[in-house]
Design a protein around this ligand. Structure first.
Ligand code: C5J
Length: 226
């Protein structure tokens, strides 16, 4: 069990996956898509250190690790026109930005930040939407790996993290959101986004800090290894 809100989270390294949502240069680096939408990207940088520590422990425990990336085909055929038109960014999806074409697969900005590059054997799920299930093989991977619980991290808390947790919850997965390993451009959305997950007895899932998750992974791993 991982100590969590609203109750301890049932957990087994064999059936739990670490999911890292969209830790991409376009969202986290100055000059990327996130900044073109008017956001303060430094709000998201806080996540990198704690998430790297958690990732290291999950790797050491041999857990299933899945990295997602939001982005589109170069011809934008998988980008709904409504998504393309939305808002009033200084640069739109597909435009040339500081890190290549914004949110386009294969471009430098679409890829993961240097600190959180996937290791050999870890899954990469390229998703056209906010949630990890829509238009991807995410569920096929979870089924193949016999995953029942998800430890969910990444950005942004109220958009792609929430969408993925809600989709996963409806499909019967237990989701734990790691409070210091998810980030929002807006401190208020971060606070409320986390509260919403665990409210009403855990309507979408559980919330715990990385210290609690790492403590449980390390002790479970020692037990399994012993
Ligand atoms: C957004 C995401 N915010 N990864 N994407 O557009 O949350």
């Amino acid at each position: 069990m991982i100590p969590a809100q609203p109750s301890p989270f049932p957990f087994d390294v064999e059936t739990t996956a670490l999911v890292i949502i969209d830790m991409q240069r376009d969202f986290l680096l100055p000059g990327g898509f996130g900044e073109s939408l008017g956001n303060d990207v430094y709000q998201l940088r806080k996540v990198v250190g704690p998430l790297r520590g958690l990732l290291d422990d999950c790797r050491a425990a041999g857990m299933t690790i899945i990295h997602t990336r939001e982005g589109h085909r170069p011809d934008l055929s998988d980008c709904p026109p409504a998504k393309l038109r939305r808002g009033n960014p200084s640069q739109r999806i597909g435009d040339s930005g500081r890190f290549g074409r914004i949110l386009i697969r294969g471009e430098y900005g679409h890829d993961f930040i240097d600190e959180l590059q996937p290791a050999r054997g870890e899954y990469i799920v390229d998703k056209p939407g906010k949630g990890a299930f829509y238009g991807t093989d995410f569920e096929t991977i979870l089924e193949a790996e016999r995953i029942e619980q998800l430890i969910v991290t990444g950005v942004t808390t109220e958009v792609c993290v929430h969408t993925t947790v809600r989709e996963a919850n409806d499909r019967g997965y237990d989701c734990l959101v790691v409070s210091d390993c998810v980030g929002s451009y807006f401190p208020e959305f971060q606070r409320v986004g986390l509260e919403m997950v665990a409210a009403q007895g855990g309507i979408f899932g559980w919330v715990a800090p990385s210290s609690a998750v790492r403590g449980a992974i390390t002790s479970e791993f020692v037990e399994v290894a012993g």
